[in-house]
Design a protein around this ligand. Structure first.
Ligand code: PEP
Length: 240
């Protein structure tokens, strides 16, 4: 079964490094869908130099156009020929104070410009310690998706990223991953009548990728740190 292997480069890699890595990834023969999220400024070059992998932006504005200094609209992203946008990453929620109200607008903007979406959700350590994770993730997902036209559900992929596992080296156990993925698939089926694909993200690396990718209800992975080097990302792509 083909999986989705996505790499979130965050604010890393020069233009030259990005170009070299994208070209190398584009040459990999794989049945899996590979998506790369480079920084905004490299999008055009990356879409022009690849044809087998998908390219996406790491964020988009909540508005169509106008006086929003420093923002980049979904319409502009679509013009770079990028086909995806990452919305709701925990670093955006934490450092840029993104809340559900603006995430709904961003999802709508992305859909209006025919972009596919990887929508991130996940609990923090305190919420998990209190046993609140299932309620938190349900709320994060449903609060945004219930406002979206069901006709567009097939353009949305979800990504479960427990905040305590991102960039920490601490991966969630397969039991924890399977429990949340199964919970969200069931909740979405019951409340929205749609089964979404769900990626796992949080310290995924070559040594744990096979196990994560073989876990029930895991449709792929969203990789941060290990997507910055060809060897580690290549190993993850070939882990299944
Ligand atoms: C991420 O930021 O989406 C992520 C999963 O990061 P890392 O793989 O480095 O934990």
């Amino acid at each position: 079964m083909p999986k989705i292997i996505a790499g979130n480069w965050k604010m890393n890699l020069s233009l030259e490094e990005s170009h070299t890595l994208c070209k190398a990834l584009d040459a990999i023969k794989s049945t899996h869908e590979i998506i790369i999220f480079p920084p905004f400024v490299w999008l055009n070059q990356m879409t022009n130099s690849t044809k087998n992998i998908a390219i996406g932006a790491q964020n988009c504005a909540a508005f169509d156009n106008g006086a929003y200094t420093g923002e980049v609209s979904a319409k502009m992203i679509a013009q770079t020929k990028a086909s995806y946008v990452l919305i709701g990453h925990s670093e955006r929620r934490k450092y840029f104070n993104e809340k559900n109200a603006s995430l709904i607008l961003k999802v709508k903007q992305a859909l209006a410009h025919n972009l596919n979406i990887v929508f991130c959700f996940g609990e923090d350590l305190e919420q998990r310690k209190k046993g609140e994770e299932k309620n938190i993730v349900k709320e994060q997902v449903l609060d945004v998706l219930k406002d979206i036209d069901p006709q567009n559900y097939n353009k949305i992929i979800l990504a479960y990223e427990p905040i305590w596992a991102i960039g920490t080296g601490q991966t969630a156990t397969v039991e924890q991953i399977e429990a949340i993925h199964t919970h969200i698939k069931n909740v979405c089926k019951e409340d929205l009548n749609h089964v979404f694909k769900i990626l796992y993200g949080g310290s995924c690396k070559p040594s744990n990728a096979t196990q994560i990718l073989s876990t029930k209800n895991v449709d792929g992975v969203l990789v941060g740190g290990a997507s910055l080097q060809y060897d580690s990302f290549h190993s993850i792509i070939h882990a299944v």
